[in-house]
Design a protein. Structure first.
Length: 285
């Protein structure tokens, strides 16, 4: 079996690389299944604090394999033949969404169609200045999938999301940064090093603080102010009782770098629910 997904785990950082560079990392064959399996390994691995998703070569991911879709059309295939690919896309983005720790899309080149929506499924998008982005489905008469309709308007607003989807235009990294599609743009010559440094910084951060902030901020849109204040109090109690907060406070007073890492295992429940939630979380989750 040709391996088109590579997974590396080291120093608290899991790195998934789409590895079909000759086809701009377009999804084909069992590549989606391999990505699902890699994400399951990440979710089950002990000590992972950050996930980075990137692409090999000069692309992040150019989306689905259009030649395969043409073949389906030529043989008169119905939607039932396409639907399994969409369900695999659902499996991928929901797995990323369920991870309790930071997820980063390191967009090193073109991110189009499902490739863009894979990047949108991550918490943050770090872009090379050579990256480009497009909701290109309309170019072939199709509809955005892989959760793009959920993420895109929340990031850039409804009007801009509609424009990208209606036109299929591809925008460069500078424009993506201007409209809020990406968090930062990095010169290509130092892209990998900067992404690695940023991921390492998050992996070394106090995990109760990082993971509970992710949970609280993602839930805030559906809560009242009072509910947010209650959730903050619950999360703050968990952080206050952690060894990492004691270390952080001591380090601040001692004017030295903190040495975090004591509380990663109890920072937040894992996707399978193996770790219990902090006290009071049942009011909101």
């Amino acid at each position: 079996m040709l391996q088109t997904i590579r997974l590396q785990i080291a120093a608290g950082v899991a790195r998934i690389t789409l590895d079909r560079p000759d086809k701009l990392n377009a999804f084909a064959g069992d590549m989606r299944e391999q990505l699902v399996a890699a994400l399951d390994r990440v979710a089950a691995a002990a000590g992972v604090n950050v996930l980075v998703v990137t692409g090999a070569g000069r692309a992040f991911c150019s989306g689905g394999d259009v030649r395969h879709m043409v073949e389906l059309k030529c043989r008169g295939a119905g939607f039932a033949d396409l639907e399994p690919l969409l369900e695999l896309g659902r499996s991928i983005v929901t797995r990323i969404d369920a991870l309790p720790f930071p997820t980063l899309a390191a967009v090193n080149g073109v991110a189009a169609g499902a490739g863009l929506n894979l990047a949108l499924a991550c918490d943050l998008r770090l872009a090379s200045d050579q990256a480009s982005f497009g909701e290109t489905f309309v170019r072939i008469g199709l509809h955005p999938d892989w959760g793009g309709t959920h993420a895109l308007p929340r990031l850039i607003g409804l009007s801009r999301a509609l424009e990208l989807c209606w036109t299929g235009n591809v925008i460069d990294a500078a424009e993506a940064l201007r409209i809020g599609l990406v968090n930062r743009v990095i010169p290509h010559h130092r892209f990998e090093a900067d992404v690695e440094a940023f991921a390492a910084r998050l992996a070394a951060s106090p995990q109760a603080s990082v993971r509970l902030a992710k949970r609280s901020l993602r839930a805030a849109g559906g809560r009242t102010l009072a509910q947010c204040l209650d959730a903050e109090s619950d999360a703050q109690r968990t952080c206050w009782e952690s060894a990492d907060s004691a270390e952080g406070l001591r380090a601040f007073v001692d004017k030295r770098p903190p040495r975090f890492g004591a509380d990663a295992s109890r920072a937040a429940p894992d996707p399978a629910g193996a770790n219990p939630p902090p006290a009071g979380a049942s009011r909101f989750e």
